[in-house]
Design a protein around this ligand. Structure first.
Ligand code: CA
Length: 218
């Protein structure tokens, strides 16, 4: 899961990135111009949007996204006065909003709801053969037993299992790991794939030549 956080407040942005990073891959931008260019370049699962941004108005940007048929779920995160003035009663196309200050757990719960709605599943559970993933608790199970993974392995495997047995490109996996800022180092990706194969069995992650990887049932 890849989140775009649009927040100009330095302390809040840092705190949110730290919080969200434990569950998701997060890209944090501090103005609308960066938000626009990142959205063009990558596929995000949820956008967290502050309203008062240095180069414009989050609501205006959101309207333009919806007008352009961008359906990425948007969670507005804003201060009470901004919410009253700008959002309430306006048809902004936001999926949800959260008023600052808020509890971290509340934010995580709202994100889970949006992700669940997006995937169109009431129960966010995915499985390929005897490997399953509970997106709500972020836990993988192999033959019903919890599997412990490094954070990077977890991110890769979450993308693979949500694709079912369809192949996922190397670019998408690298983006999940490192975002857009760093160059794609396929060797590093391969190190994590190697780790996952050791854990799950070599045959469970198939290399799709010239493209990427896919999970296979045993
Ligand atoms: Ca702001």
């Amino acid at each position: 899961m890849y989140l775009l956080l649009v927040e100009d407040d330095l302390n809040l942005g840092k705190a949110l990135t730290k919080l969200l990073n434990t569950h998701y891959r997060v890209h944090w931008v501090r103005d609308l111009e960066s938000a626009r260019s990142h959205l063009k370049a990558a596929d995000y699962d949820v956008i967290l949007l502050d309203l008062g941004l240095p180069d414009g108005d989050g609501v205006g940007w959101l309207r333009s996204l919806r007008a352009a048929n961008c359906n990425t779920p948007v969670l507005i995160v804003t201060a009470r006065d901004a919410l009253d003035d700008r959002v309430r009663g306006l048809d902004t196309g936001a999926d949800d909003y959260l008023v600052k200050p808020f509890e971290p757990e509340e934010l995580l719960a709202r994100i889970r709801v949006l992700l669940r709605r997006k995937s169109g599943r009431a129960q966010p559970k995915f499985s390929v053969g005897n490997l399953s993933f509970d997106a709500e608790s972020h836990q993988f199970y192999l033959d019903g037993q919890p599997v412990s993974l490094t954070p990077k392995e977890h991110q890769i495997l979450a993308v693979l299992i949500q694709a079912g047995e369809k192949p996922v490109s190397r670019e998408r996996l690298s983006q999940q790991l490192y975002g857009l800022d760093q160059g794609v180092d396929s060797n590093t990706l391969e190190v994590h794939i190697h780790g996952l194969r050791k854990l799950l069995g070599k045959e469970r992650i198939e290399t799709v030549r010239g493209f990427g990887y896919k999970l296979v049932a045993p």
